[in-house]
Structure formats: C-alpha cells, structure tokens
Design a protein around this ligand. Structure first.
Ligand SMILES: [Zn+2]
Length: 388
C-alpha cells in the first residue's frame, strides 16, 4: 500500500541534494511512502499517484526525531531530590542509587509498562527512534533483565553496567569493573548493541572507562561514552580514541577536546535537559559547530537529572542557551541523532529511508524553537504506519 502526502508547506529532508541548505528544505513538497520506506520526494506538482492520499494542509513535515540517549528502564521517581535541588542542594551522581533500589525491586511487568509509557510520550512529541540504556540494575541479573526488556521495544539498546559502582562494591570499585567487564557483560551482550560508561569524577575514571569500553568492543558492542558532564576529564578524548559513535554531554571541554571531536568521527551529543534540571551551565554548541564537530541533541530522559521526554523542548533550549540556530538544532535532533547511532535509514526524508515522519501543526520547523512548550505535533508515521 502506498501513501501520497501532499500540500507540505515546508519539508525538511536533511538531504542537501533534495533541497536548500544543510536541511535540504523544499517548499510546496510531496512525499510518497511505500510500505515502511519512502519511495519518492519532490515538488507537489510532480508527485506520482498513490493508493492513499493525505493532505498536509500547508504545514511542515520533518523526519521523526532520533533520541540517541535515554535511560528509560527504571522504576520510581526522584521528585523529592529534584525539589531539594531546586531549593539549593547540589547534584551528585550518587542519586542514581535511589533509582537502582526501586528498579531492582520492581517486577518485569512494571519496568515494561514504564518503558512503554515513556516511549509513547516520546512518540506523541515526534520521536520515532529511541536509544535506551540499562544502568539501574548494577547486578548481572538486573542489567541483563533491563536490556532484555528494552530489546523488546528498540534495536538501540545500550549496556551501561558502568553507570555508577554498585552499592555492594562501594569499597571495591576494581572488583565492580571486573564484574562489568566479565560476567555481567557476557550476560548483557546478547541484548545490547552498544556499550557505555559514565566517565566522571565519582563514577569511573579514564582507566576504568577504557577497560569497560575495550571489553565491550571485544564482545561485539559498539562504544559510546558519558563524557565531561560535571567537569573536565578524559572521557571525550577516550571516546574519540576508541572510535566511539558518540561522546555525550560535552559540557566541560578544553580546546584539545573540541579539536579531537572536530577531527574524529565521534558525534558530540548535547543533552540540555540535564543542565536545565540541575541548574548547571549549558555546553557551548556554537563552539563545537564552529570547530567542525558533528552535533546531536537528545533528552537524556532519566528520573534523576533530566526527566523530560521532549525533543521539542531540547531544540528550544539548544537555540536559546547553546548558540544553535533553529536549523542547526532541528538537524542535530534528527540527522545528528541518526549519526550518533550510526544509522543512515532514519533522520532524513529521502527515497529508501524509513518512513518516520513528523507533521507539525505549524508552517515551519523553526516553530519548534519559536513556540517553546507548545504541543506542535499534528501527526507521526513510524515505518510508514500512522501512529499519532
Ligand atoms: Zn545519560
């Protein structure tokens, strides 16, 4: 069954060969979907016939958001911690252990129901591809369980046993790294595509992070890194050196870190929800773009430091606080996220790509930043199926 979407006022293709500028913008456009793929993109006047027809009403159509960094496998919430922090208490990584206790105690059905609910929240805001990390189990059994549940919903699953040192190993971090790189990795690898590590003071240092990522690679997983969020550190350089797809956060960067990202293949993934929710300084997206680094934007959705599932919110904050233009922010939230997941089939609207489409109740993608906090999602197709 094919579908013609016509009367698209403004189409973001993210393919410079199809339209104007880096977003490949086309006015008065049409898209033909065949099954789960895009079959044709071009001017509405030249559109071929299809089995079904949808009228975009002159509104903007863009690729579904690619949210390349989330922590959706958890139970409980941290309302009290957030409230305390907003009342003057500093954030530390230790709060993760609160969620670990709640997650371990939750039955599979509860974790699955939570994940289903947050993915639906994301879909209703235009997000069609989501990466989901483990990291609130911190035991072999609980980490493998989290990834098994996540793998039922997305192909982009990330083993984050090295989120923080498990409470049982508080006095033996080396023993925990041994577990994460040994028995736990073996149990998790069948359900994961990626391996990640929280390389930060209070979590894992450069040597420990290297051990985790190297072991993950040897088990067939692809690396990505939580790097340079709370302070300067070795995370970004390590990510580039090991060929990680993405270095995430990138809030505190030296000139050498920026140069490494600009020269390497590692995407800098910025997570403005984390700085927003911890009242921390934002990363300098402008500096990274001007240096030539590739950028992605993501929610970092998690119950502790960034409990937003909204990519439109991240786009708006990136424009207001991180020096990105609206075009750059939308690109980072779609094509950038795809690059951070090494995907070429999502994050763009071009023949052969997956038909993951986001119709805005607005005439332009710029409205995502221009109208912050306003629900603008009019329709969402995922793999050619109308979901919203
Ligand atoms: Zn994270």
């Amino acid at each position: 069954m094919s579908l013609l979407i016509s009367n698209i006022g403004s189409l973001v293709t993210n393919d410079p060969a199809l339209g104007e500028g880096p977003l490949g913008l086309l006015a008065d456009a049409a898209v033909v979907v065949d099954g789960e793929r895009i079959a044709w993109v071009g001017p509405a006047a030249a559109a071929p016939a299809a089995d079904e027809h949808a009228d975009a009403g002159g509104r903007a159509l863009l690729p579904g958001f690619v949210d390349s960094h989330s922590h959706l496998l958890f139970a409980g919430d941290r309302t009290a911690e957030f409230n305390a922090r907003m009342s003057g208490r500093a954030y530390s990584a230790g709060g993760i252990r609160t969620t670990v206790a709640a997650t371990r105690a939750a039955p599979d059905a509860e974790l699955n129901a939570n994940l289903t609910r947050y993915l639906a929240e994301m879909l209703h805001q235009g997000t069609t591809t989501v990466e989901v990390k483990s990291g609130y189990g911190l035991s072999t059994e609980d980490e493998a369980r989290a990834l098994r549940i996540a793998a039922g919903h997305t192909a982009e699953t990330t083993y984050l046993g090295a989120h923080v040192v498990a409470p049982e190993y508080a006095d033996d971090p080396a023993g925990y790294v041994e577990l994460v790189t040994g028995e736990m990795l073996a149990a998790c690898a069948p359900y994961a595509r990626w391996v990640d590590v929280f390389c930060e003071r209070g979590a894992f240092d450069g040597d420990q992070a290297r051990a985790v990522l190297t072991a993950g690679k040897a088990a067939g997983l692809l690396p990505r890194v939580h790097a340079n969020q709370l302070g300067h550190g070795p995370g970004v350089q390590l990510a580039v050196e090991l060929g990680a797809a993405s270095a995430d956060h990138c809030t505190h960067l030296t000139d050498a870190d920026v140069a490494a990202l600009a020269d390497g293949d590692t995407v800098a993934t910025l997570l403005p929800g984390a700085e927003f929710s911890t009242r921390a300084p934002y990363p300098d997206g402008r500096r990274l773009l001007d240096a030539g680094a590739a950028l992605a934007l993501s929610t970092d959705c998690n119950p502790g430091s960034s409990f937003t599932s909204s990519m439109p919110f991240c786009v708006a904050v990136a424009v207001r606080e991180m020096g990105l233009t609206p075009d750059e922010a939308v690109h980072a939230a779609t094509a950038g996220g795809a690059l951070a997941l090494r995907r070429t089939d999502v994050g763009r609207i071009a023949p052969g790509a997956r038909a993951d489409l986001h119709l805005l109740d607005a005439p332009s993608h710029v409205h995502l930043a221009y109208r912050p906090g306003v629900p603008l999602t009019a329709a969402v197709w995922q793999g050619g199926v109308r979901r919203v």
